[in-house]
Ligand binder design. Sequence first.
Ligand SMILES: NC(=O)c1ccc[n+]([C@@H]2O[C@H](COP(=O)([O-])OP(=O)(O)OC[C@H]3O[C@@H](n4cnc5c(N)ncnc54)[C@H](O)[C@@H]3O)[C@@H](O)[C@H]2O)c1
Length: 445
Amino acid sequence: MNYDEKFENVTVLGAAGKMGSGILLLTSMEMFDISVKPENKDKQFTLYALDISQKALSGLVKYVRGQLVKAAEKKLNVLRGVYAHRADLIDNADIINEYVFDVMSLIRPVTTLESAYESHIVFEAASENPDLKVKMFSQINQNSKVEPWFFTNTSSIPIGYLNKEANLGGRVLGVHFYNPPVVQKLVEVIKSDETKPELGELATQFIKNLRKIEVPSYDFAGFIGNGHFMRDALYGMSKLEQLKSEMSFAEAVYCVNKVSQDFMIRPMGIFQLIDYVGIDVCQFIMKVMDGYVNDETIHSPLLDTMMEINVKGGQNFDGSQKDGFIKYEKGRIAAYWDLDKKAYVPADEIAAKCDAYLGELPAGHTPWKAIVRNKAKNEVLSAYFNAMKETDNNGSKLALAYLKKSKDIGLKLVSDKVAYTPEDVNTVLLTGFFHAFGPINDFIN
Ligand SMILES: NC(=O)c1ccc[n+]([C@@H]2O[C@H](COP(=O)([O-])OP(=O)(O)OC[C@H]3O[C@@H](n4cnc5c(N)ncnc54)[C@H](O)[C@@H]3O)[C@@H](O)[C@H]2O)c1
């Protein structure tokens, strides 16, 4: 069965979730492109959007429709070619409406697993629960007559575990999209020892067609992205604990967040990133990773405490940021959490004191937004980090130690056989986390 035939019947599991909705949209657009090829014009294409929540599926249909309109507007010229035989489609609006209608006709929102029994491909983006994933895979696999291929979006569960527990005979591959899948270019691809090579070949073609970047990862819990991020976050939290002996909890959050954003020229500080991903999600991923790592502890008592007091971060349904270590107002930082006071402390009450503690940014500092667009990025960064090494203030010392730790984490991912190469680690951080430079670099020794 070739690539196009495999796409004749596909199911997305957890289709109404954050990741599932994006994967469904991307898959629907790919399925449409396949279905309009002349050789496929008499074939039937079906995409099941499977989720347990009927209410969420209604929201999904609205979301997909809206996104398809935007996508159609961007590729009007291509679509004019696709619909060249349709003399009735004259205005741009006609073309857009037809495209949205045709793609939406491929999608069937469903709530029962039986729908997946005839699918050749199952993209799975259900909740990060190993038992749930195993149960769904087993049930589909046992009842299907077509030996489906399973592509899981798990962030942390080893693919070999899913293969073994659900008895899939090598028909499962990790295809780890980043959030949001429609925007993010990176896809980590994870083969277990058993994964059949044909699954990797199909995933590579799919990722290429979506114009995304594939990075392979060994099958180790957390893979490259979370393997780096979780350790980086643990380091940030250990610095917070250390700074607490000199300042209040809220001030320590401010300082570590500012060092990891401004001094280290990253798109957001480490506590903002933990909030963005969700304190609950970070805690869960660490728990899974910790079960597989022998020589270190991947666990944060601080995250446990935050969960106990119900400060969780993550996003609201409309995509706005929920409060976590930081309180946000209209997307901007308004206050920092103080665990001792069990309250947020307004940023303007602590900023001056913290900025004085950290000191000036080193000479040649360029904000992240400007550096990512700078063609002479490497020269600018090299001069900046050299200046940092000459700058005798707390902010620079904390940043240099943090950058060194980030590099060591990256190198360990390679020596531990999580990443194949240092370049793969850098690509994940550059494309999946939008860093301006890879952690494994010559700026920091
Ligand atoms: N959110 C992220 O940043 C992110 C990034 C990369 C990968 N992931 C991974 O993607 C997967 C989904 O994560 P998410 O953040 O989209 O979660 P989510 O909670 O937004 O979505 C999960 C969806 O699964 C559905 N679901 C739960 N039980 C089900 C069942 N029995 N049958 C059918 N559907 C069911 C839920 O209704 C929900 O719509 C997880 O494995 C996660 O680790 C998440």
